[in-house]
Design a protein around this ligand. Structure first.
Ligand code: DDH
Length: 288
């Protein structure tokens, strides 16, 4: 920790600018999903970080604990081996970066490359050597549940209503895979672009129950876009709905709030020295 203030270009022996470039250069993959590994990399960092509990300080991105049993096999983490394996190849090129730093940095680079806001990120996470500090399989949100559950889960991490809505706006990216979560389809028509379209779809489209054998999910009139029950909860809860409408109307505001909340998410449970430094400030100092 404290690498940032050391003023060395390759802080801790890692050339973070080169790591960023390696991540950015390998995001596109025409044979995968919608053509980008970006969304699944964002989900990896979220699931690594979102296990945090402010009550006892357990969980969070430090340790990169999802490499180990049992967390690697938690149902919520189905499919994230795609992201872990991809980053393991980048780690071979930059052995000095910790997996925990690499996973969180990759999400920031992916969001920025997909047109989203710059996310403040700093190095200093370390890797665990085993799964002893893995948290129980009940920390991440259940898509079948509603507003009370969303508040309980994100409240446990220390987030406000506004921060919860901002974070869930990451569903502008990617899609549900039947063989991973049981749900199916993307939330927007541009799933490799970071935007406020999750909110404009939620507010502006018409959502009805999908008639199928799978778990309850909602579809638009074309049947091509989807919302989870936990997404619909943001519309039906009056306090959440106010924020959803703000973000649907103002993408800049969403980007600002998302960048702050996502940076906070990635640092939950990480014991850094001193306050967070924005990527810009770190770049200006010639470190990252
Ligand atoms: Fe999510 N998410 N998420 N999500 N999520 C899924 C996919 C993606 C919930 C459920 C699901 C966040 C919050 C919630 C991303 C980012 C974030 C899938 C589909 C389910 C189910 C997985 C699959 O089948 O592959 C629920 C419930 C919540 C909730 O808060 C109540 C948050 C906070 C984020 C974030 O990044 C900050 C991304 C990205 C994806 C797309 C992944 C992909 O492979 O594509």
């Amino acid at each position: 920790f404290g690498y940032v203030s050391m003023g060395s270009v390759h802080a801790g022996g890692v050339d973070y600018e080169a790591v960023r470039k390696a991540i950015a250069d390998t995001l596109e993959d025409e044979s995968y999903d919608d053509g980008s590994l970006g969304p699944v990399l964002v989900r990896l960092a979220w699931h690594a970080s979102g296990t945090y509990s402010k009550k006892d300080g357990t969980g969070g991105s430090n340790g990169a604990k999802m490499r180990f049993f049992p967390e690697a096999f938690h149902g919520a983490n189905n499919g994230l081996s795609v992201a872990r394996n991809h980053l393991a190849r980048i780690k071979k090129q930059f052995p000095e970066i910790s997996n925990a730093d690499l996973w969180t940095l990759a999400a920031c680079v992916a969001i920025e490359e997909m047109g989203g806001p710059e996310i403040a990120w700093r190095p200093g996470r370390t890797d665990d050597n085993d799964g002893k500090l893995c948290t129980p399989d009940d920390r991440l949100p259940d898509a079948a549940q509603g507003a009370d559950h969303v508040r309980a889960v994100f409240g446990r991490m220390g987030f406000s209503d506004r921060e919860m809505v901002a974070l869930i706006g990451a569903h502008c990216l990617g899609r549900c895979h039947e063989n991973r979560s049981g749900y199916k389809g993307p939330w927007t028509r541009a799933p490799t672009t970071f935007s406020n379209m999750y909110f404009t779809e939620l507010v502006g489209n018409r959502w009805t129950r999908k008639n199928w054998d799978g778990p309850l999910q909602y579809e638009d009139p074309t049947g091509e876009l989807m919302m989870l029950p936990a997404d619909m909860a943001l519309l039906h809860d009056p306090a959440f709905a106010v924020v959803v409408k703000e973000y649907a109307a103002d993408e800049e505001l969403f980007f600002r709030d998302f960048a702050a909340a996502f940076a906070k998410l990635l640092e939950l449970g990480c014991d850094f020295d001193g306050p967070s430094t924005t990527t810009k400030a770190v770049t200006a100092a010639g470190v990252v």
